[in-house]
Design a binder for this molecule. Structure first.
Ligand code: FE
Ligand code: CA
Length: 531
C-alpha cells in the first residue's frame, strides 16, 4: 500500500466503529476497504514505551502481539489501525493530542507515533486503544524549550541486560530515582544460544540469526515486568552495541569473519527487529542492513546528548594475525600493537558520522555535552600479555583498537572548546570512571570525564580487572557488582552516582550507592566520594 492509500484506509478505519470482542477471546477490527479482521485478545503484552523527547513532542511505541513468543506475534497478516491518546493526567480527563497510528504488519505490528504539538518541559500520560482493548498507561515528558535555561537534568544510564543471568531489579530503583530519561547504551538483548551454566532463568531459544529469531528474543526480554515498568515510567534514549546483532561485530564482519554478504543479511534482520521494539523515529528505520541511529537530543541550554553508533561503520579490527579473515576464523580480541593500530584511516564511527559528530561538538551551545556511546574510551587500555617480549596487549573491540578515532574526538573537544564534555559508556560489564587528557598533552590537566555505568545483569568474572584498572590509572573500577549510573546535572554542577544491585540474581534485590562523583562545571575530571 502506498502512503496515500494507507492514509485513506486509516481515515476510513478510524471513522468506523471498532467492534469490541463479544466473545472475549477475539475482537473484530475494521481495516478499511478490506473489511474486518479478527484479532486475538491480549494485544498489548509487550507494554508501551516512549522516547526521543523534543521540546514539542515525543515518540510513542507499542507492538500488538497477543502471542509474543510466536514469530508472527499471533497477529493476522493485515496491518491494523491503533488509536493513541496523550493526556495531561493519568485518568485521561484532559486529552491534549490523539490520533490513529498503524500497527504495521511489515514491521511486526509495531506502532511508532511521532507526537508533536506538546508543551516543552512537561510530563504527560499516553495509551493506545485497539479492538476495544486499552494498553497500559505510560508516563513521558517533553524536553525543555530549545535553548531555554533548565534547572536540572536527571538521567539514569545502563547497558547489558542479559536475560538469563539476572533479573531487572536495577530498573525498579531506576524508576524510584525518578529520572527525566533512561539512557540505554547497548546490549538490550543478547542473541546467544541458551547459557545454562549461570542462568537464573532460561528462554530455551536457539541463537537468534534471522528475523523471527530476533523478534522472539526481543519479545522474551520485553515480557519482563520490571523492564516494561521502566519503559512505562519515563522516556528512553537508546543506542545499540554488538549483541543486538552478534558478538563483537564490526560493520560487515562478525567475530568469526563469516562471509560479509551473509552477515549483512543477518544484520538487516537484527536492525529491523531493533526498530520494531523500541521508541525510535522513522528516521532511524532501517533500510536493509543500514539504519541511521546517530543523532543529538537537546535538553534546553543545559545538555546535549550526542548519541553515536560505533558498530555499523567501524573499520576492521587492528593488528589481526594474518589469514584470519580469509580463513573465516575467530578474530583476535587481544592484540599486540602493530603499525596498523595508528593508521589514521582506522575509523570507529565511519567518515560521515565522524564529521557529523565533529560538527556537533563545535556547534553545541549546551553547558554539558554528553557523548552517549557504547564502550570504554579510556586512553591507555593495555593489558599485560604475560610475555614481556610481546609487550602489553590491546583490546581490539573497544576504542583502544581505534586510538586515532578516539583521539580525534578528544582533540575536537579541546580545539572547539566543547563545553564540559562527559562520555557515558557501557559494554564492559563493569563500572569505570576516569579523566580524559589532551592526547597532545598526556601529562596535562583533565579535559573531560568518562563514566562507564556497569551492567544491568551481564557477567564479567575477571579477578584481575580491578588490579589492572588500578595499574592503568583508572580512577574507579568495579566488575563484581551490577547496576547503573545516575547522572544529575544543573547549570553549575552535578553528580554521577554509580548504583549497585545487591544481588542481580534476585528480582527483589535492593540497590545501594557504590560511589559518588561530584561534578563541577569548568572543572573536568574525576572527584570521588566513596559510599
Ligand atoms: Fe554486554
Ligand atoms: Ca557489548
Amino acid at each position: 500500500m502506498d502512503d496515500a492509500a494507507r492514509k485513506t484506509s486509516l481515515i476510513s478505519a478510524s471513522r468506523r466503529v471498532v467492534i469490541g470482542g463479544a466473545a472475549a477471546s477475539a475482537a473484530l477490527i475494521a481495516i478499511g476497504a478490506r473489511g474486518a479482521v479478527r484479532l486475538p485478545a491480549g494485544l498489548f503484552t509487550l507494554g508501551v514505551a516512549s522516547g526521543e523527547p523534543s521540546p514539542d513532542g515525543i515518540v510513542l511505541w507499542t507492538r500488538l502481539a497477543p502471542r509474543p513468543l510466536e514469530a508472527d506475534g499471533g497477529m493476522p497478516p493485515q496491518s491494523v489501525p491503533v488509536r493513541w491518546e496523550v493526556a495531561e493526567d493519568d485518568r485521561f480527563a484532559s486529552i491534549v493530542r490523539s490520533g490513529t497510528g498503524l500497527a504495521d504488519a511489515n514491521w511486526a505490528h509495531s506502532v511508532h507515533v511521532e507526537v508533536t504539538g506538546l508543551r516543552p518541559g512537561r510530563w504527560y500520560h499516553y495509551r493506545f486503544i485497539a479492538a476495544g482493548e486499552t494498553s497500559a498507561v505510560g508516563r513521558t515528558r517533553t524536553a525543555p524549550a530549545s535553548g531555554a535555561p533548565c534547572d536540572r537534568l536527571r538521567a539514569a544510564f545502563g547497558s547489558c541486560q542479559k536475560y538469563e543471568v539476572g533479573f531487572y531489579a536495577a530498573y525498579r530503583q531506576m524508576v524510584a530515582d525518578d529520572p527525566d530519561l533512561i539512557v540505554f547504551l547497548g546490549d538490550y538483548i543478547y542473541e546467544n544460544e541458551p547459557f545454562p551454566a549461570e542462568a537464573v532463568r532460561t528462554h530455551g531459544q536457539p541463537e537468534a540469526k534471522d528475523l523471527p529469531g530476533y523478534r522472539i528474543r526481543y519479545a522474551t526480554y520485553k515480557l519482563d515486568p520490571l523492564l516494561q515498568a521502566a519503559h512505562h515510567a519515563v522516556p528512553w534514549l537508546t543506542t545499540w552495541d554488538d549483541h543486538e546483532v552478534a558478538n563483537d561485530y564490526a560493520d560487515a564482519l562478525d567475530e568469526n569473519n563469516s562471509d560479509p554478504a551473509a552477515f549483512l543479511l543477518r544484520r538487516a534482520a537484527a536492525y529491523r527487529a531493533y526498530y520494531e521494539h523500541l521508541p525510535l523515529r522513522a528516521s532511524a528505520r532501517p533500510i536493509g542492513p543500514s539504519a541511521r541511529l546517530y543523532r543529538t537530543v537537546d535538553w534546553g541550554s543545559l545538555a546535549q546528548f550526542q548519541i553515536v553508533d560505533d558498530r555499523q561503520y567501524r573499520g576492521p579490527r587492528a593488528c589481526q594475525p594474518p589469514g584470519l579473515v580469509a580463513a573465516h576464523k575467530k578474530y583476535a580480541s587481544l592484540v599486540a600493537a602493530c603499525p596498523d593500530l595508528l593508521d589514521p584511516s582506522r575509523t570507529m564511527l565511519g567518515k560521515e558520522q565522524e564529521s557529523w559528530l565533529m560538527d556537533k561538538l563545535g556547534s553545541s551551545k549546551a553547558q554539558w555535552n554528553l557523548l552517549t556511546q557504547q564502550t570504554i574510551m579510556h586512553q591507555d587500555a593495555r593489558i599485560p600479555s604475560g610475555h614481556p617480549e610481546r609487550g602489553p596487549l590491546i583490546p581490539a573491540d573497544t576504542w583502544s583498537g581505534y586510538p586515532r578515532a578516539r583521539d580525534a574526538i578528544l582533540r575536537r573537544w579541546v580545539e572547539a572548546g566543547t563545553s564540559n564534555p562527559i562520555a557515558l559508556g557501557g559494554d564492559i560489564h563493569a563500572f569505570a570512571a576516569d579523566d580524559f587528557r589532551d592526547p597532545d598533552k598526556p601529562q596535562g590537566p583533565a579535559i573531560g570525564t568518562e563514566f562507564v555505568g556497569g551492567s544491568i545483569t551481564s557477567l564479567f568474572h575477571d579477578p584481575t580487572f580491578k588490579q589492572q584498572s588500578a595499574r592503568e590509572g583508572i580512577a574507579f573500577a568495579e566488575n563484581e557488582v551490577h547496576g547503573y549510573g545516575l547522572l544529575t546535572l544543573t547549570p553549575k554542577s552535578g553528580e554521577c552516582v554509580f548504583r549497585g544491585v545487591d544481588d542481580a540474581r534476585r528480582e527483589d534485590s535492593g540497590v545501594r550507592d557504590l560511589v559518588r562523583f561530584p561534578i563541577e562545571a569548568g572543572r573536568p575530571g574525576i572527584n570521588i566520594e566513596h559510599a
